[in-house]
Ligand binder design. Structure first.
Ligand code: SF4
Length: 302
């Protein structure tokens, strides 16, 4: 038995959390399916966007691209358009490339194999395990920033990156990977929240070593985000504005600074546009106008 396994939650904690999870499970569209493509899409969207914003976009995206084949065959501009409202548009480009690789290398079905999933564009350790657990119902720990926070509090100390994954994996009750991880997500969202944990009502209180007393061990623990940097005035905001403008149509060089929201700083706007081109989200035509990649062929098909 490894040190990680020794510190994994006990059987009674399994029962308490699974029972609580059954009663409090949020009804979310990606929880009603085991389709690995739909799960992959939802997880990529959820990486950096809140659940409420993801729900309508996820349903529309899966309706438009019901499988990797449909996504791979679509022009990338169509995928970027379908990403509207989600932010971090680079994910749309990576998802399109991912669909192409799934189509070419895996017969159009996201593989049930961790190392193969990790080789797909835009798929990191979190997303790969999420596909294995939420599509294929494998037993593994799915550690996002919320689950990382809960596990650090349970253990009562900061955790390293390898350690938190090992603890998460060891904690999964055999045969209950799907329900266990969903319950952990719901516990993190509704009870063990970042600022105001409800320890008095918590189903795993008796096993938790922190219980809201003293310095929060989640601060600085692995996988736990310190929160997003300020959006207003950031390069990220300028990128978002430019992609939004490109969804509407081509941008001539003289329109770029205005579209980025920095009419008095064309150099900064140009730098952001160059970054979009490097990331595959925009191309510059012979006339100097910026467009979404393959926007011409997309426009011609509709
Ligand atoms: S007892 Fe408090 S800190 Fe521990 S898991 Fe429950 S809500 Fe989180």
């Amino acid at each position: 038995m490894t040190p990680s396994q020794k510190t994994a939650p006990e059987a009674r904690q399994h029962t308490a959390l699974l029972t609580w999870g059954e009663r409090h499970r949020r009804d979310l569209p990606w929880r009603r399916t085991r389709d690995p493509w739909a799960i992959l899409v939802s997880e990529v969207m959820l990486q950096q966007t809140q659940v409420a914003r993801v729900i309508p976009r996820y349903e529309a995206f899966v309706a438009e691209f019901p499988n990797p084949s449909a996504c791979a065959a679509a022009p990338i501009s169509a995928v970027i358009r379908a990403w509207e409202g989600l932010g971090y548009n680079r994910r749309a480009v990576q998802l399109h490339r991912c669909a192409q690789q799934v189509e070419e290398l895996h017969g159009g079905i996201p593989p049930r194999d961790l190392s193969a999933l990790l080789k797909l564009p835009g798929v990191g350790p979190y997303t790969a395990r999420a596909v294995l657990v939420f599509a294929y119902e494998d037993d593994a720990g799915v550690v996002d920033t919320n689950v990382g926070r809960v596990l650090a509090r349970w253990q009562g100390r900061r955790l390293g990156s390898v350690e938190v994954q090992a603890i998460a994996d060891a904690a999964v009750p055999a045969g209950s990977g799907w329900a266990w991880n969903q319950a952990l997500f719901d516990l993190a969202t509704e009870m063990c929240t970042r600022r105001n944990p409800q320890c008095e009502q918590c189903p795993v209180r008796s096993e938790c070593r922190w219980r809201g007393q003293g310095i929060d061990p989640a601060d600085g623990s692995a996988r736990v985000s310190a929160g997003q940097s300020r959006f207003a005035g950031s390069d990220r905001q300028g990128r978002g504005r430019l992609v939004a403008a490109l969804r509407r149509g081509p941008l001539s060089p003289s329109e770029v600074a205005e579209a980025a929201g920095w009419p008095d700083d064309p150099i900064r706007a140009e730098r952001i546009l160059v970054g979009l081109v490097a990331d595959g989200m925009a191309v510059i035509g012979d006339d100097g106008a910026a467009t979404l990649p393959d926007a011409g062929s997309f426009e011609g098909r509709h």
